[in-house]
Design a protein around this ligand. Structure first.
Ligand code: CA
Length: 255
């Protein structure tokens, strides 16, 4: 499991994201100190049993705000999700800039020339793609396919990273978690890994290697309304069918 945290978020927060109702202690000044100690000890014990870390104050709640699989659609911008790519081959500095390097994919549907939507080994369903038969660059509900500077016959030899974007509807702390991995095991050009990356407002908060198994990742970050959270899939240097899912939860603190 990959666990990455932004510098401003401590381990305490990561543990608390699994706690639906963090315990609170000493809510009334009228209680005697002895009684408070008893209640406090009991609360700590219960919290430890539940696998949660005690948070004395303030009370926080965790809310699901985005789900890349269940909210996937064939319309750009629906539920604040966008489907695009980064053409690294023509990028002068070779570094992903979320404000200038993100381009939208142009087509949604089947890809009869690439054939990703019609394979029997895996299921993509309808997918976003750039140009069927010229680039494998594409995104579907559970994952995506990068394109590489490889010898692929009539296909272009360029490096494209598939980029799924969510524009934040919330302010504050979020936890992002999901699965990454390589799905398609065949073909010499498809052997090896791909790269996964999450970029929040231009800052890389997660990098991972997509091997031939599925791994869980979890990362904490700070966002504001309008922040861009980009999920990138790139060649390493091989390409292939990958899984890259994301569930985003917002942690709000009671006033
Ligand atoms: Ca750039």
């Amino acid at each position: 499991m990959f666990v990455v945290q932004a510098p401003s978020i401590g381990r305490q927060h990561l543990l608390e994201t699994s706690c639906r109702q963090p315990a609170t202690l000493g809510t009334s000044r009228s209680r005697s100190s002895a009684r408070a100690r008893v209640h406090g000890a009991l609360a700590v014990s219960l919290a430890l049993v539940a696998g949660c870390r005690v948070e004395t104050s303030p009370t926080s709640t965790t809310t699901l705000v985005a789900d890349s699989v269940h909210e996937f659609s064939g319309r750009q911008g629906q539920r604040n999700w966008f489907y695009g790519f980064w053409n690294r081959s023509v990028d002068a500095n070779g570094s992903y800039d979320s404000t200038t390097d993100f381009q939208l994919l142009e087509h949604f549907g089947d890809d009869p020339k690439n054939g990703l939507s019609s394979r029997s080994e895996f299921t993509t369903g309808k997918l976003w793609n750039l140009r069927d038969g010229s680039y494998y660059t594409s995104l579907w509900a559970e994952g995506g396919h990068p394109h590489g500077e490889l010898e692929l016959g009539e296909y272009a030899s360029v490096e494209h990273w598939a980029v799924r974007r969510w524009v934040s509807t919330v302010d504050g702390a979020v936890n992002i978690r999901g699965q990454i991995g390589k799905v398609m095991p065949w073909g010499k050009l498809w052997k090896g890994g791909c790269k996964a990356m999450i970029v929040v407002d231009g800052k890389t908060v997660f990098t991972g290697t997509m091997g031939n198994q599925s791994d869980t990742y979890s990362v904490d970050s700070q966002v504001h309304r309008g922040s861009t959270i980009d999920f990138l899939i790139g060649p390493d240097p091989s390409i292939g069918v990958t899984t890259f899912t994301a569930v985003i939860k917002h942690r709000s603190v009671a006033p």
